[in-house]
Write a protein that binds this ligand. Structure first.
Ligand code: PLP
Length: 456
């Protein structure tokens, strides 16, 4: 175990002054900050005083192994010196400039990003994050095809703005807008299949893919292909449970888009930039999307940045007519410089390869052991540095620990127990998500798995 100072005990790195400043910040937060997706009155947010590599230090100075990736964006870890230096350098050179001007950092970021995807994706429209990237991708698809409807999967997350939340396939569509033009379908999800007959003894990935594709074909035909602009998919859905679909499902979805003239938008906001052990999750499936949306890991979240990578065919739609949309901070120099530094650091330090190896050799086998050890662990799944543990009441029937959308109190107890032992996992309803930095070390991840095994 390498984590000598982890757990419920102040680490010497943190001073009393820092702790006092953190307490003041907490009071000001509760007095003046309105938090996302939260009942403000019941909140007790954790203060973070410092962070480096795979570790963060909480408001009491406790050192915690950060398995959350924050909201799955610290792909290069906390406070990476190359990214910090690039931001500082850019701030001194040209801290800001409007998007109609060329800036070196944005041009280089666009070159690097388009170099990571298939050869027909050559332009980037920069946004401030993932939701606005999806909003713009859908607008581009609608203008390109002259059609309006969009198909999106249940058990998906596409962002918190108006259209993005309507694309999202869960009850977060609280701001449900009947005019959003979005139709939902059931995706392939073998562990909680919508297609598996109740009396099936066995259910394979191939059966799931076949039935899910037949359903998608039906949805396309019944909604009317002449009215559908696009299909948006997370190649590996993240927020909804990090469930890796069968290869044939994603391939089949691409084929259906080709058959019926739909633009395929791959939402790589969470799964992209190495998280899955490849630069983009769709690359596990050998498909070529028409539009790819990204954010988060592109610059490890050091400065807000997102975007849409656009195929040459869709780009050509806008050579003689105006694309009606833009953002003041599109390709902001500080964010773009952080992206250039992140992508270069990931390449130089083989972070994507490290994520693939650690996932295959340590996290996957470690989680399988945890599953075997605990009656409450129904499913463990993932790839690269992108994993979930799903908790159940009954392993055989797969009865969930709580109905969909609810977080039973035991989940909070689990996270508290893990924190007391120096590990911070991400809790999502009845699941724990493990999304360490791609450069996490073997010792660190072994320590994290050991603690999770103990607290489970
Ligand atoms: N798409 C996916 C797949 C996401 O996971 C997220 C955020 O978690 C978004 C879109 C929204 O991104 P943002 O919060 O940057 O708007």
């Amino acid at each position: 175990m390498t984590n000598s100072a982890a757990g419920n005990q102040k680490d010497s790195r943190i001073s009393e002054e820092q702790i006092a400043a953190g307490r003041k910040a907490y009071e000001l937060d509760r007095a003046h900050v309105f938090h996302s997706w939260s009942a403000q009155g019941s909140l007790d947010p954790m203060t973070v005083l410092d962070a480096e590599g795979s570790w963060i230090w909480d408001g009491d100075g406790n050192k915690l192994l950060d398995l959350t990736g924050q909201l799955v964006f610290t792909n290069a870890g906390h406070k990476h010196p190359k990214i910090v230096a690039a931001i500082k350098e850019q701030a001194e050179k040209l801290p800001t400039i409007a998007p109609q001007h060329v800036n070196e950092a944005r041009s280089e970021a666009a070159r690097l990003i388009t170099g990571l995807v298939h050869e027909k994706l050559n332009h980037v429209f920069f946004t401030n994050g993932g939701a606005d990237a999806n909003e713009h991708a859908v607008r581009m698809a609608r203008l390109h095809t002259g059609k309006r409807k969009v198909l999106s999967a249940y058990r998906s997350y596409h962002g918190g703005t108006q259209l993005a939340v309507n694309l999202t396939g869960d009850p977060r569509r609280i701001a449900n807008d009947d005019d959003a033009g979005v139709t939902h379908f059931f995706p392939a999800y073998t562990y909680r299949s919508h297609f598996r007959p109740a009396d099936a003894q066995e259910w394979t990935e191939a059966q799931e893919a076949e039935r899910a594709l037949a359903h998608l074909r039906d949805v396309i035909q019944l909604e009317g292909p002449a009215q559908i602009a696009a299909l948006i998919l997370e190649a590996i859905p993240g927020t909804a449970g990090i469930y890796v679909p069968p290869v044939d499902y994603i391939k089949g979805a691409r084929e259906l888009c080709d058959e019926f003239g739909l633009v395929l938008i791959m939402d790589e906001v969470m799964a992209g930039f190495g998280r899955s052990g490849k630069w983009f999750a769709h690359q596990h499936f050998g498909v070529e999307p028409d539009l790819v949306t990204f954010a988060k890991g592109v610059n490890s979240g050091y400065v807000p940045l997102g975007g849409v990578i656009i195929s040459d065919e869709i780009y050509a739609s806008f050579t003689d007519r105006v694309y009606p949309g833009g953002l003041t901070y599109s390709g902001h120099p500080l964010a773009a410089a952080a992206a250039v530094a992140t992508i270069n650091a990931m390449t130089e330090e083989s972070m994507v390869e490290n994520a693939a190896r650690i996932g295959e050799e340590i996290i996957g086998p470690g989680l399988e052991k945890i599953k075997a050890n605990h009656a409450s662990v129904g499913d463990v799944r993932g790839v690269g540095a992108f994993w979930a543990i799903e908790l159940v009441r009954d392993k055989a029937t797969r009865e969930p620990l709580a109905p969909y959308g609810q977080t039973p109190p035991i989940m909070n107890e689990l996270v508290s127990a893990a924190k007391a032992k120096g590990v911070l996992p991400f809790m999502n309803m009845t699941r724990l998500h493990l999304c360490p930095p791609l450069n996490v070390t073997e010792d660190e991840i072994r320590f994290g798995l050991e603690v999770l095994d103990e607290v489970l």
